[in-house]
Design a binder for this molecule. Structure first.
Ligand code: FAD
Length: 302
């Protein structure tokens, strides 16, 4: 059996595995897609100590470092069930069952998509999901933020400081964000809020040139010219396969304590699949390190 089995090979899982392996204990990683969301990122400018890098390049250097430690990396494998017997068992979709004394869950998350024409086509060509990451690409331009919850309104406030104009599109008749965020938003001169509207299409040629939406009360479709669309309708953690084995929040995020421990003894979690409030590469790596040290602590006490 493994001492530490990491499920998920994004920045959180890779960091957890390196920290675990450096303790000289038997460590494995199962990952459907090694590198996780980082594979889908073009420019990364907020990974401290590296001024600029690109997703595939960062994934390659993470993988090189993982290889240094003799970690058992099982790629293209998806976990489908976790159970605790004497050891913790993780069953893969191919039927194999892996056994480990501790498990670190780091299966990440995915942005919820709008599912309208143009969204997939213009991803990274004007359609963006992360204001902290991609906001600076739109300095002086006009953008839309789709979604009027806390993350949408925070994104709009953040973007309003760097872009020329922000249009917020909310499906419901009212914004759902906290009042303090709404007050802040309404104090900004370069923001327009459209409520009760349904986004219909992201338009463009080689990159985004606008967004079409329908006014839900009149049924009239309108089009705004702009260069960027930030989709902020939620993150979906990849945790459904865990069922009730570990405590999860209403939106499916794994609840962890300050040591990265979940509700199930011996099972730890890190990164975007947890209830950590901010989802970033550097944060995932930090929480991966925490979970590995938490797991090591658990191993020496049990
Ligand atoms: P992920 O990266 O999501 O990795 C999850 C891993 O788990 C993957 O290996 C996946 O294949 C695997 N997995 C999932 N389910 C299973 C399963 N059942 N069995 C086995 N394996 C499974 N952050 C920044 O800091 N800076 C940026 O510039 C930046 N830009 C971004 C741009 C885009 C387009 C996106 C989508 C995100 C961006 N982020 C950025 C956010 C950052 O990528 C994430 O916060 C980070 O990747 C989270 O790491 P993670 O390891 O928790 O999860």
């Amino acid at each position: 059996p493994f001492d530490v089995l990491v499920v998920g090979g994004g920045p959180a899982g890779a960091s957890a595995a390196i920290y675990a392996a450096r303790k000289g204990i038997r460590t494995g990683i199962v990952a459907e897609r090694f590198g996780g969301q980082v594979n889908d990122t073009i420019g990364i400018e907020n990974f401290i100590s590296v001024k600029y890098t690109e997703g595939p390049q960062l994934v390659a250097s993470i993988e090189e470092q993982v290889k240094e430690y003799g970690i058992d990396v099982m790629k293209l494998q998806r976990a489908k069930r976790l159970e605790k017997k004497d050891l913790i068992e993780v069953e893969l979709e191919n039927g194999a069952v892996l056994k480990s004394k501790t498990v670190i869950l780091s299966t990440g998350a995915r942005w919820r998509n709008m599912g309208v024409p143009g969204e997939a086509e213009f991803k990274n060509k004007g359609v963006a999901y992360c204001p902290h990451c991609d906001g600076p690409l739109f300095i002086g331009k006009d953008v839309a933020v789709v979604g009027g919850g806390n993350s949408g309104i925070e994104a709009a406030i953040d973007l309003a400081g760097i872009v020329r104009h922000v249009t917020v599109l909310e499906f419901a008749p009212e914004l759902k964000a906290d009042a303090v965020l709404q007050d802040r938003l309404h104090s900004l001169p370069n923001v327009t809020v459209l409520k009760n509207v349904q986004t219909k299409e992201v338009t463009g040629t080689d990159k985004v040139n606008g967004i079409s939406y329908e006014e839900r009360d009149t049924g009239v479709t309108k089009h705004i010219e702009l260069q960027g669309v930030f989709v902020q309708i939620g993150l979906v953690p990849n945790t459904d396969w865990l069922g009730d084995m570990v405590e999860r929040t209403r939106i499916g995020e794994i609840v962890v304590n300050s040591h990265g421990a979940t509700s199930l003894p011996g099972v730890f979690a890190a990164g975007d699949c947890t209830n950590s409030p901010y989802k970033q590469i550097i944060i995932s790596m930090g929480s991966g390190a925490t979970a590995a040290l938490g797991a090591f602590d658990y191993l020496i006490r049990n």
